[in-house]
Design a protein around this ligand. Structure first.
Ligand code: GUN
Length: 293
């Protein structure tokens, strides 16, 4: 069993991005600039946005944060997005999800100009992804593909099972793995809450990508020997074995599953760091106007 080290790979990719930014600046260009909008005070969202801002600075990007109380109306938020759309100094914009219930996520996503949608959530960019056209790929699925590539894990012709059909991870992941492209070409099965006999399906899988948001859902008996397992879940649970009294676990029961795998991502230090790196890659692409000129 080999651990897939997302921390190490993300550090490598960040170095590559930082070198490219240096080159751009040496040639008289401007720093890529990512803006993040955060609404309310959700603890996980605060942590994710802080990590994204920190990563921007590590690679030499500019970043801006726009914070609003969760009493902001939908119309006010859409107007704030429009301001960023019009600001030529900003290359990429993300609106951290989830949003308060009175705000429509799809309206928010559709208000972001596709050329600034570095999360790759706008229907225009989702459509381009499905059509195998150049676009901003959603960060977590793109980060997983990057891990598979850098670990030279063969995907062509393999059975890939994706657990979870969210717009952010499961659905785009199933598209990327089945596309006719390098590190796609899998036969993909997408399982969700209505799927019957999930263990029977996962036992046939060469690659299992778990993005259900259910702690330790995937157990040892659900995995065949030699499988590649990618864990997208992250949950904080109480523990009397750590100093802090908390520990992070994923959607995979690591102790049971890891001994059966050829490759597996740990939690933390697997997929998480790669999500941020993909966002940086998309922001760099946006600043170079590679997709929308
Ligand atoms: N919430 C959880 N994941 C994400 C993400 O990738 N982008 C945004 N904007 N919000 C999220």
């Amino acid at each position: 069993m080999e651990l897939i080290d997302g921390k190490k790979i993300s550090a490598e990719v960040k170095q590559e991005i930082a070198a490219e930014v240096e080159e751009i600046i040496k040639n008289g260009g401007k720093k890529p600039h990512l803006a993040a909008i955060i609404v309310g005070h959700d603890g996980a969202s605060e942590t994710y946005v802080a990590a994204k801002v920190k990563a921007c600075h590590q690679v030499g990007f500019d970043s801006s944060e726009f914070r609003f109380e969760d009493t902001i109306t939908e119309a006010e938020l859409l107007a704030e997005i429009e301001k960023v759309n019009q600001d030529d100094s900003i290359d990429g914009l993300i609106v951290q999800l989830p949003l308060p219930k009175h705000i429509s996520e799809s309206k928010v996503i559709e208000t972001i100009r596709p050329e600034k949608d570095v999360d790759g959530f706008h229907p225009m960019n989702v459509g381009k992804m499905v059509a195998t056209l150049p676009t901003y790929l959603p960060a977590t699925p793109a980060g997983i593909v990057e891990l598979l590539k850098r670990y030279k894990i063969e995907t062509s012709g393999k059975n890939c099972v994706v657990l979870g059909r969210s717009n952010i991870v499961g659905t785009p992941m199933s598209v990327l793995m089945s596309r006719k492209a390098s590190h796609g070409d899998c036969t993909v099965t997408l399982c969700h809450s209505r799927t019957k006999n999930i263990p029977e399906i996962t036992r046939e899988a060469d690659i299992i990508i778990v993005a259900l948001g259910m702690p330790e859902f995937l157990t040892g008996d659900m995995v065949k020997t030699g499988a590649v397992v990618i864990d997208v879940g992250i949950h904080r649970i109480k523990s009397d074995k750590t100093k802090s009294g908390w520990k992070l676990i994923g959607d995979v029961n690591f102790d049971e599953v890891a001994p059966k795998c050829s490759f597996i991502t740990p939690v933390p230090g697997g997929v998480g760091p790669m999500t941020i790196v993909s966002l940086l890659q998309n922001t760099l692409i946006a600043s170079k106007k590679e997709i929308y000129s």
